[in-house]
Design a protein. Sequence first.
Length: 142
Amino acid sequence: MKETRILLNIVFWTMVVTALTAVVVFETGLLPMGYYAGTSSEGEFVLEVMMELATLPLLIPLALKLFSLKRVKADLVSRKSAALRKWGLLRLLMLLVPMVVNTLLYYMYVNTTFGYMAIIGLITLPFVYPGKSRCAAEVEES
């Protein structure tokens, strides 16, 4: 269980630090902000709609609800650490990958929609943080 929690924490903090590094790099001017701003409004619109649909109504609710689904809960209770590694990693990636992508898209297009979706992703992270007590509670039968 400890190795699983360490792996989940490494993934969690690596993705958070990646997003924060992007913020620092763009805000300090090391990379130019708005490189793609105004180049292709159709492409920006398609990306915006895809990320909105993937982030808000699909991935965030599913990630937050994932461990209460019957099949997932049964797998977590029966296989403990192996199932927690698989499902916990999936849940973290469902939240963290869109957060990082939205952060990068915000700085590429300087479109506040991407920024707000990245912030929403950041706000959801405390609900899935892989702490010791949360990991133990997830694999216990309720």
